[in-house]
Design a binder for this molecule. Structure first.
Ligand code: NDP
Length: 450
């Protein structure tokens, strides 16, 4: 019998922590997971899931508009924020319960409360101490506010889902996933939306054609883009907030959202006291086995700040459980991780952007197509879909797939398999399209961009 209460003590029941817990228990390990908030973590409660439900909600306004070109009269539609919130909260409650059941069925003990490490084998939660052979830090990340006067007058994505009434004029600060997604969501729901981003074009790191196409299309949908500006101060007004931008413009809104990045949740856990090395942003530094500088203390997901996406945390959780308890040492392959931004229109990509491919020394051929999708021939909507392939000239390997347009995430997920399998442009060319789809364009682009 082990001298420890548990073989693995997991701190944080988000995507990565739950996956590692369940799989480790499945391999026969005695596992506990501590959670201070709701089961499922950011993705289930404050991120991917409620966000995607809001993306669906917001997509109906344009669908109603598009329908008129197809002979439908426009319904006298109105949107009820409270109804959406109630339905969404009910779904999240169902998911929380499902997580509880899944963990329970796997034999994982759930311990409610905030955990702190006392030594490398001891965790304390709500005054009770538990010993474990190994400890996994899966505490995720939290949104940051910028240090400007009045910063506290703005909310972050953590509070957004709790708002009781629809904001009618909104300023979003930032130009990453959250800024772009919520700008689209709130615009689709009928709010006036301003987006302030410090750089010349949002979604830094994405392919430049993706960034410029999306900016043009979001502009057409009425999002007021303020690139090259910073939010300098926020002041309370009788009705709402006045935001002063570095351009001198003062935007009067009833809600300001900080979407300016997230930082790892490592403060107050007792990690540094144990000698666990953190990087400058506070992320736990781990090796390829997801083990920190202290043997037996592991970490994964947002708290290691590698690729902060749920499916990556899931892959890390699987790899860790297999390595520690499944007898199969497994390393996560971080190459060709596909990603989507659920903007309107949507963005998705896998592999290298054109700029990143060139920077990595590839001689590239670029294939690009911009077109008005068939749907919009009758809807009358002036919206372009953009698809792009970045190909290594020497090997013919497809290095990157990029898309802006409806269902981009659904389409690029499939192409990510092709890239993982090392597909060449010749294999794309040899693939027969499905007609008429937008996706067929990916296998019919023949002439490289000059
Ligand atoms: P991101 O890292 O995506 O974007 C942060 C944005 O804030 C960037 O535009 C950045 O600008 C800007 N910013 C950062 N610091 C400052 C500063 N000091 N002053 C002004 N601007 C600043 O973070 P998000 O908060 O949007 O999202 C967090 C993470 O959550 C994402 O990176 C992603 O990993 C994950 N996520 C994934 C989603 C998905 O998969 N669909 C959806 C939502 C979130 P710059 O680029 O110039 O540095």
């Amino acid at each position: 019998m082990s001298r420890f209460d548990f073989d693995l003590f997991v701190i944080g029941a988000g995507s990565g922590g739950v996956r590692a817990s369940r799989m480790a228990a499945g391999f026969g390990a005695r596992v506990a997971v501590a959670e201070a908030a709701r089961l499922g973590g950011t993705c289930v409660n404050l991120g991917c899931v409620p966000k995607k439900l809001m993306v669906y909600a917001s997509s109906f306004s344009s669908a109603f508009e598009d329908a008129t070109g197809y002979g439908w009269s426009r319904p006298p539609a109105s949107f009820d924020w409270a109804a959406l919130k109630a339905n969404r909260d009910r779904e999240l409650g169902r998911l929380n319960a499902a997580y509880r059941e899944l963990l329970g069925r796997a034999g994982v003990r759930i311990i409610e409360g905030r955990a702190q490490l006392r030594d490398r084998h001891t965790v304390e939660v709500a005054g009770a101490r538990f010993s474990a052979e190994r400890i996994l830090i899966a505490t995720g990340s939290r949104p940051v506010r910028l240090p400007v006067p009045g910063a506290e007058l703005a909310i972050t994505s953590d509070e957004l889902f709790g708002i009781e009434r629809q904001p009618h004029r909104v300023l979003i600060a930032g130009g990453g996933y959250i800024a772009v997604e919520f700008a689209s969501v709130l615009r689709g729901l009928g709010s006036e939306v301003f987006l302030s981003y410090r750089g010349p074009l949002f979604l830094r790191g994405f392919d430049d054609d993706v960034r410029s196409t999306l900016a043009a299309e979001m502009g057409k949908r009425g999002v007021e883009l303020r690139f090259g500006t910073a939010v300098e101060r926020l002041d309370r007004r009788a009705a709402g907030v006045a935001a002063t931008l570095s351009s001198g413009e003062v935007v009067a809104v009833d809600l300001v959202l900080w979407a300016t990045g997230r930082v790892p949740n490592t403060a107050g856990l007792g990690l540094e006291e144990l000698g666990v090395r953190l990087d400058a942003r506070g992320a736990v530094i781990v090796d390829e086995r997801l083990e920190s500088s202290v043997p037996g203390i592991h970490a994964l997901g947002d708290v290691i700040d590698r690729i902060t996406l749920t499916p990556v945390a899931l892959a890390e959780g699987t790899a860790l459980a297999r390595s520690l308890f499944g007898g199969t040492p497994t390393a996560v392959d971080y190459s060709n991780v596909p990603t989507a931004v659920f903007s309107q229109p949507a963005v998705a990509a896998v592999g290298l952007s054109e700029a990143a491919a060139r920077a990595a020394g590839h001689d590239v051929l670029v294939f690009r197509s911009s077109f008005r999708p068939l749907l919009h021939r009758l809807s009358g909507r002036d919206e372009q879909t953009m698809m792009k392939l970045v190909v290594d000239r020497a090997s013919d390997r497809v290095l990157g797939v990029h898309m802006v347009g409806p269902e981009a995430g659904e389409i690029v997920q499939g192409l990510a398999v092709a890239l993982k399998a090392g597909a060449t442009k010749a294999s794309f060319d040899a693939t027969i399209g499905i007609h008429p789809t937008a996706a067929e364009e990916f296998v019919t682009m023949r002439t490289p961009v000059g």
